[in-house]
Design a protein around this ligand. Sequence first.
Ligand code: ADP
Length: 464
Amino acid sequence: MFLTLTIFSYYIINSVNSYLNKNEQVDALATANMIASLTNERNYISTDTKSVAPGFEIFLSETLKIPSGTRVIITNNQAEIIFDSFNIGTNQGAVQSTKSVITALQGKEGSEILKNEHNKTLIDVAVPIQDTMDKSKTAGAVNVQYTTDSHEKIIAPLTKDIIIVFIVITFIIGLFIFIVANLITKRIVDFTKKMTEMSDGVLDERLEIKGHDEVARLGEAFNTMSDKLVMLEQKRADFVSDASHELRTPLSSIKLMSDSILQTPDIDMEFVKEFLKDMNTEVDRLNRIVEKLLYLTKLDNIKSENINLDMEFIDVREVVMDIVKNLTPLAEAKNIEINSSYCESLYIMANNDKLWQGIYNIIDNAIKYTPDNGKVVIGITKSENNAIIAVQDNGIGIGEEEIEKIFDRFYRVDKARARETGGTGLGLAIALESIEMIGGSIDVSSKLDEGSTFTISIPLYVEN
Ligand code: ADP
């Protein structure tokens, strides 16, 4: 703002100054032309062009009313002074070789703006005097000089006024900027305070939003982030509490059984073996939970750090067949029939491990949650751009209100039954996250006591 005002003021003062100087030059040239033509007309220059006729000085001051402050110099065509109103008779013959006079002797109007010894603006103009005999020739020049006081009279007061306006504007705008900046900074200071509190662990801080400017938008973004952090923190806390609970149950059983062994004197070896077998089952269970938790942590890391997965060109059909082969002993143990209908090879671009985890957990569940002698039907089909893997069982099914919760970590419909089946409540969470990670989705439809159908769809590989 300061710079703009300075440039602007300089520009105004300079323009006014040059306008005034131009005007003075025009006036001076008019005076010089008048003197030149009348000097000629009245033959004031002697024939030897060394002097002017007597009475020229009176002619200038009385007839032409040239003010005494204006210096009139008449030169001959050799630039020798033949009249100087400031030095009558003293510098006759001296050569006046100023730029304006030289221009005038070449037949043109010359003019210059100079500074005199008192640093005042000096208007210096000169015009040619025509030769009375030969009009094409120049007999000499009329040089008019005077100092102008336009600077003192106009420029100085104007500069003073501009400086006053300048100061007033600077003050008003400065004050305005100060107030606005203070208002903005105050909000930013508030924000910073809240953010610092948040970094100290108070996650549910909210900022008070005023207005619709950038700072308000920053505040809204902060509030959204704060909401998400609170939600994430809640999820984290729930997860830790669920995980601890899940780990505590088998640990408590193990502790209870080992205590009984230790505290029973003369314990029967058969009894010990029985307890050790149970303890072994609990340790397996602990192992399964820890393994699955570690796998979920790995998935979380991939998501939060945006890690690129190794993608491969995979035939879905082969993967499903492989998984079915793996799970057949489990199905046979329960006398469950696995019916598979596979279409032709369907190729996708995916991470093999994630695809495996997704499909494996779904088929494993179908076998786990189907009573003995039940049936599991697996179908692979192609729909538009997706490979569809449908896993249908005629097992225990899932109640309508439970369906949306089954993908949550540690959620199990029937906790007591889960202990029997060895369920951890993490299988479907892993399945969904794995399938979503490779761009797919899982749908469920189920009816209690009738069975469930889990449908996995994964985008097919499209050649570009
Ligand atoms: P779990 O390790 O207990 O099987 P999951 O996350 O795989 O954990 O499944 C969550 C819950 O969803 C299970 O405890 C079970 O109650 C229900 N569930 C999953 N698949 C089926 C299915 N095919 N039929 C009936 N219930 C199922």
